[in-house]
Design a protein around this ligand. Structure first.
Ligand code: B16
Ligand code: MG
Length: 217
């Protein structure tokens, strides 16, 4: 049976969190806000605008709408500068193998990400052609845990939500998949992704047997 396999981007296909961190840290420093790796965890899967609000809340700092807009532009320009040299070596272990496997099995493949920079990242890493549909931060109005991003992806593939499988590294993303009544597969720590139907540390632990089981169930 043809299923929809929907991949989150950051933390699932590539680790762009480290670049988001560097760019947000500069913004935080300029505001005298202490921004740590632990704080960065709070921003995973969260939109750019909401991420800035979280940082400002952490520092108990208030800024004007105009200054916020400037910071968002500055952060994104800085973030994009880290992506210039990005290539296929940044694809997380095991991901390319699973994409190839799904293509060979004629399954639907989609991206469901909060990032507005998803397309250039897929292009630079050389995997854009695997995706039959891309839904990213430019296409949705409601952030995860709202299921909008995944429902749109399944709809573009013309596949019912119950026949869709979501790979996600964030708690909000797992919740979005569950609300959409899709199969949720957590990529990361089991203790954090407790709400997922299945959890794997990374894609090297996802094998053909598991994929076959998802396709036939
Ligand atoms: P951008 P995902 C998310 O990607 C990141 O996890 C999150 O940290 C980031 O703020 C968000 O994309 C927006 O990214 O600034 O590039 O639009 O995990 O949903 O693929
Ligand atoms: Mg993610």
């Amino acid at each position: 049976m043809k299923k929809a396999f929907i991949f989150d981007l950051d933390g699932v296909i590539v680790d762009t969190a480290k670049y988001h961190f560097l760019a947000w840290q500069k913004i935080a420093e300029a505001l005298n806000i202490n921004f740590t790796h632990e704080h960065n965890e709070l921003l995973k899967g969260v939109s750019r605008v909401r991420s800035l609000d979280i940082i400002l809340e952490l520092g108990n700092v208030q800024v004007s709408r105009a200054d916020k807009d400037k910071m968002l532009i500055q952060k994104n320009e800085d973030y994009l500068s880290y992506l210039i040299d990005m290539d296929e070596s940044e694809i997380l272990p095991g991901v390319s193998k699973i994409l190839k496997l799904l293509k060979d099995k004629n399954q639907g493949i989609a991206l469901g990400s909060a990032s507005k920079n998803a397309r250039p990242i897929l292009e630079k890493t050389g995997i854009l052609s695997y995706f039959d549909a891309i839904v990213d931060g430019n296409d949705v109005t409601n952030a995860k845990p709202d299921p909008e991003v995944f429902l749109k992806a399944a709809q573009l593939l013309n596949i019912e939500p119950k026949n869709a499988i979501v790979f996600e590294d964030s708690v909000a993303g797992i919740q979005a998949a569950n609300i959409a009544e899709m199969v949720s597969v957590g990529i990361g720590e089991e203790t954090i992704l407790q709400e997922a139907d299945y959890v794997f540390k990374d894609f090297t632990f996802v094998d053909e047997n598991f994929i076959n089981r998802l396709i036939s169930q």
